[in-house]
Write a protein that binds this ligand. Structure first.
Ligand code: SF4
Length: 297
């Protein structure tokens, strides 16, 4: 079943026909495989939700700080508005489809305020001890070779690597519940990718999470050991085989034993909603005929 996992190509860069895998693609498929399965359809809508886009722009501000230090632009509304436009262009959607110029301004103000709170609540307490080994550095590592000869490469960009592990910036509407960081493949994947830089595999993952509702940054620390890394690599391998053969599994229902539809299976969170053949599996109050609206408001 795992034949080929760990059988590495004898070249350093992916060939055109190889499979390149991002951990974020796998985490999205772990919610519902058909979010990825439908992604190449013409009707698929890649427009992010407001929450996801807010997170991207906030991340971009902290990244700018980590790479350049604090600067006036990070407190300047017009710079933030420019970044919002640039990131929307990068992500391939039109801001006028989703919000108004006033909506953009309101988001920019909230992003600057979240950044200011990050400075007070996290940076001020941590920066004297912080010795980054890498900031926003992209890593690429071969995982194995599929039965058809295609090599599988995993790539990822940890926000900050430190000797004890990694730091990752997140935003969430209501923050995180205890235990949310455990069970993710992100931190074991990133620590495996960065093994050469840190000289060791295991470590701690600090998820620094902004709770938009409470306007508060909290750090959740997750230990990552060899069992988590082994499990993450086997998980990546299974998803690589699924992508290679087009074997996507739809999971509109919550798999955790909780009744009902998973939060991800809603028009605003799934770009595949409009044409999906699986969303009706859960008999609930949601209107299956509704068309996904791009608008955030
Ligand atoms: S609409 Fe639901 S079932 Fe369909 S791809 Fe999206 S999450 Fe999966």
């Amino acid at each position: 079943m795992f034949e080929g996992l760990g059988v590495l190509p004898d070249y350093d860069e992916p060939a055109e026909s190889d499979l390149q895998l991002r951990q974020s693609t796998v985490e999205s498929m772990m919610l519902c495989g058909w979010r990825q399965g439908y992604a190449t359809e013409d009707w698929y809508d890649p427009t992010p939700s407001e929450a996801m886009f807010f997170g991207s722009v906030e991340h971009n501000h902290i990244e700018h700080h980590m790479l350049n230090g604090e600067s006036l632009v990070l407190h300047d509304l017009s710079w933030t508005i420019d970044q919002i436009h640039l990131l929307a262009e990068r992500d391939g959607f039109s801001l006028t489809d989703v919000t108004t110029p006033e909506g953009v301004k309101a988001m920019a103000r909230e992003i600057i305020e979240a950044y200011r709170l990050w400075l007070v609540q996290w940076w001020a307490k941590q920066h004297t001890f912080l010795k980054p080994l890498a900031i926003e550095q992209r890593f690429l590592r071969p995982l194995g070779t599929l039965p058809n000869g295609r090599a599988v490469w995993v790539h990822g960009t940890p926000d900050v690597l430190i000797q004890s592990g990694m730091i990752d910036w997140k935003t969430a509407g209501r923050g995180w519940q205890p235990g949310k960081g455990e069970g993710r493949i992100q931190s074991p994947t990133y620590l495996w990718l960065a093994e050469e830089v840190r000289g060791v595999l295991e470590g701690l993952a600090d998820y620094v999470v902004y709770n938009r509702q409470a306007q508060q940054w909290m750090t959740w620390t997750v230990p990552v050991g060899q069992p988590q890394i082994d499990a993450a690599l086997h998980t990546l391998w299974q998803y690589a085989m699924a992508i290679d053969t087009g074997s996507y599994v739809p999971t509109p229902a919550s798999p955790s034993g909780r009744p009902g539809r998973g939060w991800w299976c809603q028009p605003k969170f799934c770009g595949a909603w409009n044409g999906c053949k699986f969303k009706g599996l859960v008999a609930d109050e949601i209107d299956l005929l509704q068309i996904r609206s791009k608008r955030w408001g």
